[in-house]
Ligand binder design. Sequence first.
Ligand code: ADP
Ligand code: MG
Length: 598
Amino acid sequence: MSPRIKLLPDNISNQIAAGEVIQRPSSVVKELLENAVDAGAKNIQLIIKDSGKTLIQVIDDGSGIMSEDLNLAFVRHATSKIRKTADLYTLSTKGFRGEALASIAAISNVEAHTRTSKDEVSHYLKIEGGKITEQSLSTQPNGTSILIKNLFFNVPARRNFLRSDTVELKHIIDEFHRVSLAHPDINFSFFNNGNELFDLSIKETRKRICSIFGSKWDNYLIPISETTSLTTIEGFVVKPEFSKKTRGHQFFFVNNRYIKSSFLHHAVNSAFEGLLRTGYYPGYFLYLTVDPKSIDINIHPTKTEIKFEEEQSIYSILRAAVKHSLGIFQVTPTLDFDQDKSFEIPYSLHQKKPSFPTIEVDSSFNPFLNTSVTFKKQKEESWRTESLNKKIDINSNDNSSNNNNELIDVPKKKRVFQLFLKYIVCPLQSSMVIIDQGRAHQRVLYERFLSSITSKKSLSQQLLFPLEIKLNSKQINEYQEVKDIIESLGFKIKQKKESIFLIEGCPENFPHSKIEELIESILSSDYNEKIKENFSQADKIAKILAKKLSIKTGKNLESEELHSLLDDFFGCKETRVSPFNKPIFITLEKSEIDHKLN
Ligand code: ADP
Ligand code: MG
């Protein structure tokens, strides 16, 4: 007999839900700050002890919670922010799931004081491990104060996996930056262990940025302002000469909500193309306003991605707006505004880059397919600082500028090895980076292909024996569309008869045996449809080629191949995710290993 099915008791289901919403102290900080903002507060105070591990408190002067609703606020799916489905499409608040307080209360001890403008006194509620243990009147001013102690006291696995105070504090500071940058019209203060870290008074955005990052930032910023029927874009980009080697200053806000968006990021990056030294990242603080109906924020509670209805157009508008400002501020005198104003596809084929990294003979397309290929000889000490900086940046796994030493493990020697014919392991001083070889290689190839397409400077190699391929009408249509792109990669294709095509040339060092298959994949719309979030045909094609030509799991890599791949990989513009948005590596801290062996 199969076991009977039963509903989980609330305390268990709350704890499970909590795992989704609250991953570390910074998640609590984010939720509490957002609730205070949603409550219309003008003053918000964040107080933490031991990087939030001991105590987190947020005090606001917002609307307060009506005493009869106070218990309900801590019940899962209880929210005052939406009533019906349609409200989801006009949302102006940060919260709407009614999950945060219930989740927090399931895994910590909570004390709340709250008072609305109608109340004579404030109301106090104490919850321990999800159970109300005290309720009384108190004497706090209008607004709400929520205090969290003993976070994860009943989830030892989480608690044990918290990282050092420095790292957890860094995560909290990141959240604080995001909320306070999104709301320069609110006063914020922030204390850790009694020390004031930030005291931000109401200021316009530029001054808010300077109060957070330092007054010299006033010289770094170039304003952006663009209004179209689809979106308004305001904010600043950092002058290229002040760009940093970390991604710490990259902020997108959509309708005052901090979001991450690889495609918006891509748009800004491409506007900066040719202006940044290798290894430097553009800095930006960009505020987009769009019709709430045109975005979908109904995603995983802790994720910060959103979906745009008009992704492609927003991409082009953003890119053009940034280029325009860079041009006005004479950062780049060679820009062609007319062309950009037409909002052409990203990685425009018309665009010319001043200097272009030519395809390297050794490892251009698939260094590991052909054993006769010679790899760049790398000396042990060639573990370049530049690569390291990137690696450290990604190690920290977020967007902070914090350069605490704990994260900077500079290995003296490049000791790397392959594991399970699938991963590349790089031991650092107090952690270990494990890289997926296939995804890393996909990333390398993808960026290289995109760059060839953009610059149109790829070298072509004539085929001794031209290959004849037969295309069906669908493929022929597709071919007409992407002809320019394929040619910019170095392919030479001629139409012989109606459906017969001759491939006479291919990119230099391209594996000949794969030419036919690859051209067919490019022209097969089935395959194309599978690639979501494509920005353009060029992007799509670069993805297809990267996927097909990248090394796969099971491929044994010699030491030189490993080093060559890593070198190429750490030279990539983006190292965190593959072209298909899959994570490329993880970091395993020594402390995690120590814990497991405890
Ligand atoms: P959500 O924010 O998704 O609605 P929460 O669990 O974060 O869910 O909060 C539940 C409810 O408690 C909110 O909808 C709001 O009505 C109330 N609330 C929470 N924090 C505050 C606050 N600081 N001030 C006023 N009301 C609050
Ligand atoms: Mg909330």
